[in-house]
Design a protein. Structure first.
Length: 61
């Protein structure tokens, strides 16, 4: 049985995957906090929701 503490993390993960599959940079970036950070598979780093959106948009469009 899974801990109920995992549900928010699992929900966030599933939403990230769904937004990625839907190629929605905006929706994906909105899941990050205003000062969140993202590290790509290639080691690229994006800091802040706006930078994360810009980076994802270049990948997903």
């Amino acid at each position: 049985m899974q801990s109920t503490e995992m549900y928010p993390i699992e929900t966030l993960y599933r939403q990230l995957i769904e937004d990625w599959n839907n190629r929605s940079a905006f929706e994906m970036a909105e899941l990050f906090t205003e000062d969140g950070e993202s590290i790509g598979f290639d080691g690229s780093q994006s800091r802040g929701r706006d930078e994360i959106f810009t980076h994802l948009k270049s990948i997903l469009t």
